[in-house]
Design a protein. Structure first.
Length: 141
């Protein structure tokens, strides 16, 4: 089996299904020209849930928090190649809070920023699928 903790498979699947819902929402919103801020928020949520699912697969435990950098660093404890995503996680991390609340100096998110978020999601998802040895993280919802 792909994971050291087979008992966690159901939980892993739940995290990946929720991640797929966020990704599908982001794609639909982007296709229909919704606010880039909201699309990027859904990409951040997608990454958070994929990383948490991966970490459950590796440790059998749910990791607390929403910080993508911290989650990525924890993933690096199991696969050093996650280091290539550190700058990407810093980029996407800002969309968790900054895009959800009114601000004096609002974050302006371009179409290019949004496309970059999708590229980052694709890269992380590809790596997780490689590590888990299946398409567990891309099951259709």
């Amino acid at each position: 089996m792909c994971c050291p903790y087979d008992a966690a498979i159901e939980s892993i699947n739940e995290w990946f299904v929720m991640a797929q819902k966020d990704l599908r929402s982001a794609k639909i919103l982007f296709e229909y020209d919704a606010d880039n801020e909201i699309v990027c928020f859904h990409c951040q949520q997608t990454l958070e849930k994929y990383l948490k699912g991966y970490l459950i697969a590796m440790t059998g435990e749910l990791q607390e928090g929403h910080n993508l950098l911290k989650l990525c660093k924890r993933a690096m404890l199991h696969d050093l190649k996650f280091n290539v995503f550190l700058k990407d996680m810093a980029f996407v991390n800002v969309f968790y809070i900054e895009t959800r609340y009114p601000a004096i100096d609002p974050l302006l998110v371009s179409k290019e920023d949004t496309e970059e978020c999708f590229r980052i999601v694709d890269g992380v998802l590809t790596r997780i699928n490689e590590l888990l040895g299946s398409s567990i993280a891309t099951k259709k919802v």
